[in-house]
Design a binder for this molecule. Structure first.
Ligand SMILES: Nc1ncnc2c1ncn2[C@@H]1O[C@H](COP(=O)(O)OP(=O)(O)O)[C@@H](O)[C@H]1O
Ligand SMILES: [Mg+2]
Length: 223
């Protein structure tokens, strides 16, 4: 479904990603693990049209997307959920969610997807009239994910959803990510810690100083 082929990405002279190749099949939940600063966010952003690639190619649903920008990719069902969440603090939870559906693709299925998001995250339903700034860290993460879902993606790339969450919330958040896969979505997840995600993902790549390993299957996938 998504094929990253030998890409290089630079910030000015700084060479961040070195010949990175990655495959995600339809319906998989794949993770990229790596320590802080090793290029995980850069990889997701490059895939989602938010950073230009210097060489290599990215093929999504059979088509090269290396020259498309983020809105064009959202329109094709490829969506990035940023690690810093990028919520609108002075808008309500519901308004933040509806903003995720501003393109045609999401708008057509808006009410249906909103009901699905509220089912996935009942806290968001309870708090839909509250301002986003009043949410706890865990709820803000749910909202960021929910807003991503509102664009009706086929593939959702989620950048460190556990960041800043209390340990007891990380697990339930990862369960909802797994639930997305069960509902038929394709998920690419980025995290720092292998221990957190080993039980919920199918396949794992490791990114070290901008170099991506071969992937390995987890016990979840083998069983
Ligand atoms: N916009 C930017 N301009 C310059 N350097 C950047 C930029 N974004 C990230 N970097 C640098 O690129 C490297 C990889 O960053 P990033 O992809 O954010 O890593 P990770 O998500 O794994 O923490 C880091 O050294 C970071 O400081
Ligand atoms: Mg990052």
């Amino acid at each position: 479904m998504l094929s990253v082929r030998d890409i290089d990405v630079f910030y000015g002279d700084f060479h961040v990603l070195h010949g990175v190749s990655l495959e995600v099949e339809k319906g998989e939940l794949v993770a990229v693990i790596g320590a802080n600063g090793h290029g995980k966010s850069t990889l997701l952003k490059a895939m989602c049209g938010l950073e230009p690639i210097a060489s290599g190619d990215i093929v999504y649903q059979g088509e090269s997307i290396r020259d498309l920008d983020a809105p064009q990719l959202v329109a094709r069902g490829l969506v990035y959920v940023a690690e810093d969440r990028r919520l609108f603090p002075d808008m309500t939870v519901r308004e933040n969610l509806l903003l995720g559906a501003y393109l045609d693709r999401g708008r057509k299925r808006r009410d249906q997807t909103l009901a699905h998001v509220f089912e996935l995250y009942p806290r968001l339903a309870e708090r839909q009239r509250q301002l986003a700034r009043t949410l706890s860290g865990g709820e803000a993460q749910m909202l960021a994910l929910g807003r991503g879902l509102m664009s009706a993606p086929d593939l959702i790339a989620i950048d460190e959803p556990s960041l800043g969450l209390a340990p007891n919330l990380v697990d339930s958040m990862l369960q909802t990510v797994h639930r997305l896969k069960e509902d038929g979505m394709t998920v690419l997840l980025v995290e720092q810690s292998l221990a957190l995600i080993e039980d919920v993902v199918d396949r794992i790549y490791t990114l070290e100083e901008g170099v991506l390993s071969e992937s390995r299957k987890t016990a979840t996938e083998r069983s």
